[in-house]
Design a protein around this ligand. Structure first.
Ligand code: SDX
Length: 429
């Protein structure tokens, strides 16, 4: 709390509400008593001005283009840390010492295999099913197999469910990819790091040995770090809302997967690469810029704009550098898609429409170029995003469950429907 208050005058009446201050970022007006005092609700579709919770996990300064995981800037973590260390940081609040990191990595490694009977779920899907449909189904089904970690009131069960989710998502996502290409599932290996294991499960085949390229593994690991958490975005808010009803953790993560799939959210990485391919050559960019500005055309520049960032998404900067490294390594000179992306970014950032609306590339603008160069089909991009965001969803879910102020989420509405009226018999309609 601060000693500041917010005064609200409605007609002849005045009301005061406490102002709360965080460690950094905007103050908030505590309006929990608003309805009781005034009989009114606030109105904020899309929650553009609403803080839905307290949190100490991730902070974004949209004007500065700054992203902190437990206070550490994302560019430093992407450069100096690695994904499982970032997972520890997000889950437990501080960077681990050597012993804690080794213990955490061992616990995750020991949970990477999926219950053998869950393999049958995959066979129920068409081979051309979208991987996100498969991942959403299989994650939800985990509640049917891991009964010993569904009691959200038991801290031990919450911990084991968290480790299982982080450990098994790469296996689940890789199996969705293998199923889509008609290749046999590849089991995880305990001698590989997280990113290398994922590449191994996706791209190795029984017929020959698979050499993991350390630069590609490092690029994958960095992509995981960049996507790990992002405050109260749509899918994290979905996980929190599902968790507020005491639903089991697997059901909550499955809800997050479903929400992330949308092209306005995590599905934008798939849509952005498809858009860059549709543009094809730099001479067609003006046509698409015009469409993005045309209010009568639903087309938007995918991978551009953000609810919070009104400056360059810091993740997009790291992603662009990584794209260049990966393409150089793979000897993909003058990748036409990257050329279109860079020219599109340059043109858009000079166009008043985008400048006035503070529309910049976001995390999804360049990630698809890297994943495509590594060999993933575009349909896998959002599933890879979900795999990375699982640690953020889990960390936010644990924080909410452990919050003494936890209440079931239940927003109200501004009702615009019919007033009370009597039933009319069909003969009189
Ligand atoms: C992610 O929230 C998160 O943190 C999400 C995320 C995470 O890590 O969890 O960062 C991941 O989802 C990134 C965003 C990926 N989505 C896309 O790239 C899809 C394209 N972007 C847009 O759909 C849009 O920018 C949103 C959804 C991301 C944000 O939309 P807002 O905040 O609701 O803004 P808005 O729709 O009200 O747009 C404001 C104006 C509008 O024009 P006017 O009405 O003022 O004339 O900007 C325009 C919009 O038409 N606009 C765009 C645009 N994005 C916004 N115009 C063209 N192309 C775009 N991409």
């Amino acid at each position: 709390m601060t000693d500041k208050t917010a005064k609200l005058t409605i007609g002849e009446e005045s009301f005061e509400f406490p102002v709360m201050q965080g460690s950094v970022g905007p103050d908030v007006i505590d309006i929990r008593s608003l309805y009781a005092k005034t009989g009114m609700f606030t109105y904020d579709p899309g929650f553009t001005s609403t803080a839905a919770c307290d949190s100490a996990i991730t902070y974004i300064d949209g004007d500065k283009g700054e992203l902190l995981y437990r206070g550490y800037p994302i560019d430093q973590l992407a450069d100096k840390s690695h994904f499982l260390e970032v997972c520890f940081l997000l889950l437990y609040g501080d960077l681990p010492n050597t012993a804690d990191l080794a213990d955490f990595e061992e616990r995750v490694t020991r949970h990477t295999m999926l219950h053998e009977q869950m393999h049958y779920f995959y066979r129920g899907f068409r081979r051309d099913a979208h991987p996100m449909a498969v991942v959403c189904g299989v994650v939800g089904a985990m509640a049917a197999f891991y009964h010993d970690s569904t009691d959200i009131n038991d801290p031990q069960q919450r911990e084991i469910a968290s480790i299982r989710m982080i450990a098994k998502m790469p296996t689940i996502v890789a199996m969705a990819y293998k199923y889509s290409v008609g290749q046999p599932f590849v089991y995880p290996r305990n001698d590989l790091d997280y990113a290398s294991n994922f590449l191994h499960m996706c791209f190795s085949v029984p017929a020959e040995s698979y050499e993991i390229n350390p630069v590609l593994a490092r690029a994958m690991d960095r992509i995981f770090t960049l996507h790990a958490d992002h405050e109260q975005n749509a899918s994290t808010s979905t996980v929190r809302l599902a968790g507020s009803s005491d639903a089991n953790p697997f059901a909550c993560i499955a809800a997050g997967v479903a929400c992330l799939w949308g092209p306005a959210h995590g599905g934008a990485n798939e849509a952005a690469l498809n858009m860059l391919r549709e543009i094809g050559t730099t001479d067609r960019i003006p046509e698409f810029i015009a469409r993005a500005k045309d209010k009568n055309d639903p087309f938007r520049l995918m991978g551009f704009g953000h609810r919070v960032y009104k400056n360059y998404d810091p993740r997009a900067k790291v992603m662009q550098e990584t794209a260049r490294e990966v393409l150089d390594l793979l000897g993909v000179e003058n990748n036409p898609t990257l050329q279109v992306a860079r020219e599109l970014e340059k043109i858009a950032l000079e166009d008043p429409y985008f400048v006035d609306r503070k529309l910049y590339p976001n995390v999804d603008f360049y990630s698809g170029i890297i994943l495509d160069a590594i060999g993933f089909p575009t349909s896998m991009f959002t599933a890879i995003f979900a795999m990375s965001r699982t640690v953020g969803w889990i960390a936010q879910w644990k924080e909410m469950i452990g919050d003494p102020q936890k209440k079931i989420g239940r927003p109200r509405q501004l009702y615009q429907g019919a007033e009370s009226r009597d039933y009319a018999d069909i003969s009189s309609r």
